[in-house]
Design a protein. Structure first.
Length: 543
């Protein structure tokens, strides 16, 4: 027993047995390979034999087809020959009639009967030959079908295979299936690697995209804040301008009432003394009071002329023809305010959308950070589709934001251009003598241009405030010195040149329009008051 155990445990013997089994398997494999080669050679021989038979059958089919074609040609020629004979017979009919001239009826009948018999014999012979040819054609067609079917059966016949060949074929099929599965696995692995790399890249890109969106959101929010503040300032200044206009209109109404009262008093005082005024007119011209009145009148006329020139400059700078045109033009600019309000509303909506988008991106960022890269295929595909959808949404939102930004830039450029042109005209016509040349460039910011416009309008208001209406009221009270003075002609103002109003320019703020409107109304009111006062003095002198 111990010897048997030692023999069983001997490694050398086990190695030799394994080598023997390996050699035996190799011999079997070589035998199988030889059998495979032999079967392949047999198959090649059979295939060559079948191909040879197919070629022979094809040659035989071609020859039969040629023979059929020849028979059909003969048949066609026979029919055609019959037609030619008939036609020829009709052509020679006149000759036969000529032959029968002078023959008796019996002889003519015998001649015709002989010809008819000959024709019947020829027709029967041709009919028999045609039937024989048709039988031969049918036989050849049947033979063609038999040859084709025989060659098909011989080609499709299957030979019994040995067990080794069947096993080898099964192994080859299994090997091909394994290769196909391996190739599919490699493709799936490469696809998973690409998805993994894409997810990692997106995980790195999401923080940058989030920062860009936050920066853009902050910029939009700042723009909205500035626009809202500008709108509030514009509303405040509009209310202030309206209040100032109300005060000016009230003061003008009071001045008009006072002027009418003074004129009425002067009229009542001048009626009983009309004759005395005519007698003493020459003496009063040489008195000191008359000289003082002339000086006062010339000064008032100079002031009136300066007001008229200032009004002409303002009309030329703004591009209007009269005060009604200016008022209608500034009232028509309310569309700008509505457009700015609509822009503020759109920016608010865009800001809310950007906030929601930022929140979604943050949530996705947290979800991506917590997700594992070794997720199943279904999860990866869902995440990939979701990422593509989000990317498409981001692209659409980006395009919409870029379009909105371009529109805002265009509006800003138009507003800035209009403000700059307005500033150039105002600096050209309203600048002081001691000021330097214009230094405002077209590439300046809109805030700088608006600030300069505000400064110029403030200077205009200061100049108008210096010309108070109290001085004009006092001048009316001093008209008691002109009772016996003849009226003098006023200096005729230059004829106004109607300026074609330019196209309306867009503005981002109603502040400038309200200020210019108040300025124009105040100037026009002063100009009208001076005109009425001069006309009143002329009427009093005529009385």
């Amino acid at each position: 027993m111990s010897v048997e155990k030692s023999v069983e445990k001997d490694p050398f013997r086990a190695a030799k047995e394994a080598e023997a089994r390996i050699l035996k398997l190799q011999a079997e494999v070589n035998h199988v390979k030889q059998r495979i080669q032999l079967s392949e050679s047999e198959e090649r021989a059979e295939i060559e034999e079948y191909e040879k038979k197919i070629k022979e059958n094809d040659q035989e089919i071609k020859s039969l087809n040629q023979r059929i074609h020849v028979l059909q040609i003969h048949k066609h020629k026979g029919l055609k020959g019959d037609e030619q004979l008939i036609a020829k017979a009709f052509q020679e009919h006149s000759k036969e009639v000529g032959i029968m001239v002078g023959k008796s009826g019996k002889d003519a009948v015998e001649i015709l009967d002989g010809k008819v018999l000959d024709l019947i014999k020829k027709s029967n012979a041709l009919t028999h030959e045609l039937k024989v040819k048709e039988k031969e054609l049918a036989r050849l067609k049947d033979q063609e079908k038999d040859i084709a079917w025989k060659s098909y059966n011989e080609f499709e016949a299957e030979h019994p295979e040995s067990e080794a060949l069947r096993r080898v074929r099964d192994l080859e099929n299994d090997y091909q299936k394994v290769e196909k599965n391996l190739m599919e696995c490699q493709i799936i692995r490469a696809k998973y690697k690409a998805i993994q790399e894409q997810m990692r890249q997106e995980l790195l890109d999401y923080p940058k995209l989030l920062e860009e969106l936050e920066d853009r959101h902050r910029a939009y929010q700042e723009d909205v804040t500035k626009l809202m503040a500008s709108e509030v300032r514009a509303q405040e200044r509009r209310e202030l301008a309206r209040r100032e206009m109300g005060h000016v209109e009230a003061e003008a109404a009071r001045a008009r009432q006072e002027k009418e009262m003074v004129i009425a008093e002067y009229s009542r005082a001048l009626r009983p003394k009309q004759m005395a005024t005519q007698e003493k007119s020459v003496e009063l011209r040489d008195t000191e009071a008359a000289e003082q009145w002339r000086h006062l009148k010339s000064k008032q006329e100079e002031e009136l002329k300066s007001y008229h020139e200032a009004f002409e400059k303002i009309k030329e700078a703004i591009g209007i023809s009269d005060i009604n045109d200016a008022e209608s033009r500034f009232l028509s600019q309310k569309a700008t305010k509505e457009e700015l309000s609509e822009l503020v509303r759109k920016l608010e909506q865009k800001r809310n959308d950007m906030q929601e988008e930022v929140e979604d991106l943050r949530a996705k960022k947290e979800a991506i950070k917590g997700a594992k890269l070794e997720s199943p295929q279904v999860t990866l595909e869902k995440e990939l589709k979701q990422a593509k959808r989000e990317q498409e949404k981001q692209r659409k939102r980006k395009m919409a934001a870029e379009a909105e930004l371009e529109r805002i830039k265009k509006l800003y450029a138009d507003v800035k251009s209009g403000l700059w042109q307005q500033l150039q005209l105002m600096e050209k016509h309203l600048k002081e003598e001691d000021t330097d040349e214009m230094t405002t460039m077209p590439d300046e910011d809109a805030t700088v241009i608006v600030t300069k416009l505000e400064d110029l309008l403030e200077k205009v208001f200061q100049q108008l405030k210096e010309e108070d209406l109290d001085y004009l009221k006092k001048s009316l009270k001093e008209e008691q010195f002109i009772k016996n003075i003849e009226p003098t002609k006023l200096v005729q103002a230059r004829p106004t040149r109607k300026i074609k109003p330019p196209e309306e320019e867009e503005s981002s703020d109603d502040e400038d329009f309200e200020k210019q409107r108040a300025l124009l109304k105040k100037e026009a009111q002063l100009y009208a008051e001076m005109k009425k006062k001069q006309q009143g003095r002329g009427r009093m002198m005529m009385l």
